[in-house]
Design a protein around this ligand. Structure first.
Ligand SMILES: [Zn+2]
Length: 335
């Protein structure tokens, strides 16, 4: 409400600076662009309609200076970037980004960075989150809980919501345990995942991925199968980080030099992962905790604002007000 009032004032951007004037690069992250509700995303807030996305682009191009990743890498101290530099990104491998977002971005002259999981290209399988949402929509939490209890050590666990699956269960388990859970889920639900994935066509085809460069989209790494990274071993880094990079480079014909953390939490960006990313040629790493990036940010710890905002006032609040307040809160908590 207060942010709405600030937005309506003539000097709104200057007023927002009172909350912290060292805010440098603004980054946004979008996921799925879709006009209809999908059972594969029911329970996760990742969709925005093409109309609202277009309205967001209109707002962003009116008040911000869209930049390429290269601009960020070249001007890492922030001084060479234009005022209110804005980097637009997308996470996951949704085909809707190629279908709706890329043409709109091109129309508005906005470059973008798209973080992709190669395992889902060409729709042979579903991403774990989409499979879980789909089963929960069709059969309810009972089937999800039955699959959870098939994982050794979790025989008595009772999850009440999908938020608990993605926010508590997934971060706690290893890649092997997640595979056991997903196998049990496929078995108990009776779903033929390959057929469902093929019919749904949720994700990019290899051709769509290749064509994105003509829309001024750069491709980045988002792990091979979209996984939390806090408990990954060195061997897992090879199968999730390196494999994704190699496959995306082979399909896209471009160099992969950036990484975005699945689920966006800084808890997953462990010192081991950071070191591995740097060693394997990643020049920038993105989270999504919606915190303002400081001047001279650490390129291996850039934050993004995850948004499904529907009005200019809400976008203003999400980009200018809330990230500064979170940055102040974080500073106070660490001092
Ligand atoms: Zn993701």
């Amino acid at each position: 409400m207060a942010a709405d009032a600030v937005w309506r004032m003539p000097a709104s951007f200057r007023i927002a600076r009172i909350l912290g004037d060292s805010y440098s690069l603004r980054c946004l992250v979008f996921h799925d662009i879709s006009a209809t509700r999908s059972p594969f995303m029911n329970g996760i807030s990742v969709s925005i309609t093409p109309k609202k996305f277009e309205a967001a682009l209109r707002f962003l191009t009116a008040y911000y200076a869209p930049v390429h990743l290269q601009d960020v890498l070249t001007n890492c101290d922030g001084r060479g970037l234009p005022p209110r530099a804005m980097l637009i990104t997308f996470d996951d491998a949704y085909a809707s980004v190629a279908q709706w977002a890329a043409p709109l971005c091109q129309q508005f002259g906005v470059p973008a960075l798209f973080f992709v999981n190669a395992a889902f290209l060409d729709n042979q399988r579903l991403a774990p989150d989409n499979l879980v949402c789909y089963v929960a929509t069709l059969l309810g939490m009972e089937t999800i809980n039955a699959a959870v209890r098939a994982v050794p050590g979790y025989e008595t666990l009772e999850l009440c919501s999908l938020a608990e699956v993605f926010g508590a269960f997934f971060p706690a388990i290893s890649l092997d345990e997640r595979e056991l859970f997903l196998d049990a889920l496929r078995q108990f639900s009776g779903i033929n995942e390959t057929r469902v994935a093929n019919e749904a066509q949720l994700y990019l085809t290899s051709r769509q991925l290749r064509d994105l460069s003509s829309f001024d989209f750069e491709i980045g790494n988002h792990t091979y199968t979209h996984t939390h990274c806090r408990s990954l071993s060195q061997q897992d880094f090879v199968s999730e980080v390196d494999r994704n990079k190699t496959e995306l480079e082979a399909v896209s014909g471009t160099k992969i030099r950036s990484f975005s953390q699945p689920y966006g939490s800084s808890k997953d960006l462990t010192p081991e992962l950071k070191e591995h990313l740097e060693r394997s040629g990643h020049k920038a790493v993105f989270l999504s905790e919606s915190v303002a990036n400081p001047r001279r940010p650490d390129l291996l710890h850039l934050d993004r604002i995850s948004t499904c905002a529907e009005t200019d006032a809400a976008l203003f609040s999400e980009i200018e007000i809330l990230p500064r307040l979170r940055a102040t809160r974080n500073r106070l908590l660490t001092t």
